[in-house]
Design a protein around this ligand. Structure first.
Ligand code: ARG
Length: 455
């Protein structure tokens, strides 16, 4: 007992303390601002709830908010620290408030548990991160759309099984990945919606006896609404993270496939594209090397995201209802998942913005005539021949297709689904509308926080 470490919540064997807090003193630094904002909302609610005598007076609330603002500033400057004895950000903030405000600091944990506190901190953090990620996603989509629009008339051999299939275009290829990313926002929105619920006031997972106003807390923090059932609110931790990881995982799969195409099409044997040299890395022995390490790492990180998602799902799988410490281990997973996905979106935009398209190499790949076979067969169909007869006639005379002009073939198809039927303005408008929606969400949150921290 003599060697045990004194914490705010009792003495703990140092080995147990180290094992149970794990990386929290480091990871929780990312939650410092959220913890202060959540505390500001909680204390404001305790000040205004319908209860006499009031738990906090207006003047006490003012003092707490001012102290929280200082902690937020400290965190922004990178000067906020969490000690081993604090265990996590929640007790570190409470310690700071108590050092400064004495007994008043000791009151902030009224009607609250670390369980609902960490849940709300994580949701505030995820909300910011997902908005930032969504903007990075639209930035990349726009870059791909610009790349596609700039090279919309450059023919590209379309492939199935990696074998030449039908004429495509750089426009179709690039805007295809842009549209895939824009559709990945449906998953992101599911994660954003699920995340935008307020668990605060669920306390340990079973509510509190005093009539706290959870709707008010939710409003103050600009959440869509509070979780209705507080037991569910406490069980929702981990699910929120798992769903966001699944959404990020899908985005990473999109990026991984794009990366794979870029690696392939920039090989000297293809040379459709040239990767910007400053985005490639060299070899310590082979002087000629410019390697696509960035793209290979995106492929690997797509695998990591699947691993993080699986890890979060499996942590939840046999976990009983209510809070269990297992949940703490979903924290690093979601933080890493967001970090890796955001970094990948940004680096892929760099790639898309400075990629060189080599139209001659793209056209040269049409020298083998088979890629025109389906187009020719459907020409014969248009002239009245049954499709299967046309199919066999073209198959038996592939050499007749030699010399067809890929530029003319891709320009001719202007209908929806044709190489020349892609509406770049419509896709750009879609990403613009999504960006505006995200920015409106960010502005709403900033305004709510400004009000909350105003005394
Ligand atoms: N660091 C802890 C976590 O992430 C905070 C909650 C601790 N709650 C508890 N009942 N031990 O889960």
């Amino acid at each position: 007992m003599a060697n045990d470490t004194a914490t705010t919540v009792g003495k703990i064997n140092p080995d147990v303390l180290a094992f149970t807090e794990g990386k929290d003193p480091i990871l929780d630094l990312a939650l410092a601002q959220s913890d202060c904002i959540g505390t500001a909302a909680h204390v404001t609610m305790l000040t205004r709830m319908n209860y006499t005598p009031a738990i906090f007076t207006e003047d006490q609330r003012r003092q707490v908010i001012l102290a929280l603002r200082d902690i937020i500033d400290e965190a922004r400057r990178g000067e906020f620290t969490i000690t081993a004895a604090d265990q996590d950000v929640h007790l570190a903030v409470e310690r700071r408030l108590t050092e400064r405000l004495g007994d008043l600091g000791k009151k902030v944990h009224t009607c609250r548990s670390r369980n609902d506190q960490v849940a709300v901190d994580i949701r505030l953090h995820i909300r910011d991160e997902l908005n930032a990620l969504a903007l990075e996603l639209t930035d990349l989509a726009d870059s791909l759309l610009t790349l596609g629009a700039n090279h919309r008339t450059v023919p590209l051999v379309g492939r199935t099984h990696l074998q030449p299939a039908m004429p495509s275009s750089v426009g179709m290829w690039a805007s295809g990945y842009a549209e895939m990313l824009l559709d990945d926002t449906f998953l992101l929105d599911a994660a954003r919606r699920l995340n935008n619920l307020c668990p605060l006031g669920s306390a340990a997972g079973y509510g509190v006896p005093l009539p706290i106003d959870r709707q008010l807390t939710s409003n103050l923090l600009a959440f869509e609404r509070p979780h209705h059932n507080v037991f569910y609110a406490s069980c929702a931790r981990g699910k929120d993270e798992a769903v966001l990881l699944a959404a990020c995982g899908q985005i990473m799969l999109t990026l991984s496939r794009l990366a794979e195409d870029l690696i392939l099409f920039s090989m000297p044997e293809f040379r459709y594209f040239t990767l910007p040299r400053d985005l490639c890395t060299g070899s310590s022995i082979m002087p000629q090397k410019y390697n696509p390490d960035v793209l290979e790492l995106i492929r690997a990180k797509a695998a990591l995201l699947q691993g993080y998602t699986t890890a979060a799902n499996v942590i939840l799988k046999a976990m009983p209802g209510g809070y269990n410490r297992d949940l703490q281990d979903t924290k690093e997973l979601y933080m890493e998942g967001l970090r890796v996905t955001r970094a990948s979106l940004r680096i892929m935009k760099l790639m898309a913005d400075s990629l060189t398209v080599n139209p001659d190499a793209c056209r040269a790949a049409f020298a083998e005539p088979g890629v025109f076979a389906t187009d020719r067969a459907l020409e014969l169909v248009a002239a009245g021949m049954p499709f299967r007869d046309a199919y066999h006639q073209v198959r038996d005379h592939l050499e007749d297709l030699r010399g067809m002009d890929p530029d003319a073939v891709i320009a001719k198809k202007t209908h929806l689904g044709g190489t020349n039927g892609i509406s770049f303005p419509a896709l750009l408008a879609r990403s613009g509308a999504y960006r505006a929606e995200i920015q409106a969400s960010q502005a709403g949150i900033a305004e709510a926080f400004r009000k909350l921290l105003t005394v």
